[in-house]
Design a protein around this ligand. Structure first.
Ligand SMILES: [Fe+2]
Length: 188
């Protein structure tokens, strides 16, 4: 019987991560590290902490299936390109499913762009979104805001936190934003 993979980084996975463009790869590493620290702060179980660490690394792995010219495009994407880009959550889910990863991981890779008010990629509402996805949603945005993107400059920690807080209860989970705010203030 093949043992279901939880958070093992296999050779196949390393090979896939190596093919990601440099910025996406580094972003994943940072989201993994910050998710790990936030999970520790929240005093989550070791299993969930390890899962979130891992999910951070791989959450955008589906971008491998998006044309590189779109992933690395300097400047805003057209509507057509955005619609293609949005498929990265499903592509990532399918890639990791083929490598037999656990459902908790597959769900977070698929639903890390869902919003509490149902306006995310697949229109899931608050209680339909799993906890891991809600965490990655916040950490992913925070990392994106605090680092330069091809089409905009990074914001300070303070401004980034304010931008995220503004969307508490619509995009992000309210309780988690309260905790994330305390966590970031303690961290910096
Ligand atoms: Fe993503």
């Amino acid at each position: 019987m093949i043992k279901e993979r939880s958070t093992f980084v296999t050779n196949e996975l390393v090979e896939l991560l190596r093919q990601l463009d440099h910025d996406t790869f580094l972003h994943g590493m940072r989201v993994g590290e910050l998710s790990y620290k936030f999970s520790r702060y929240l005093d989550l179980t070791l299993r969930q902490t390890n899962q979130l660490h891992f999910i951070g690394y791989v959450h955008d792995i589906g971008k491998l299936k998006i044309p590189n010219s779109i992933v690395t495009k300097r400047g805003p994407l057209t509507d057509f390109e955005w619609n293609l880009m949005k498929n990265h959550t499903i592509y990532g889910h399918d890639l990791l499913k083929n490598l037999s990863y656990h459902n908790d991981i597959l769900n977070a890779v698929r639903y890390h762009h869902e919003n509490i008010d149902g306006t995310g990629y697949e229109g899931l509402y608050s209680n339909e979104i799993d906890f891991n996805s809600k965490i990655i949603r916040i950490v992913d945005s925070f990392d994106a805001l605090t680092h330069d993107r091809s089409y905009r400059k990074k914001c300070s920690i303070e401004i980034s936190l304010k931008k995220i807080q503004k969307l508490s209860g619509t995009v992000y989970d309210q309780d988690l934003i309260k905790e994330f705010t305390k966590f970031i203030c303690k961290l910096y």
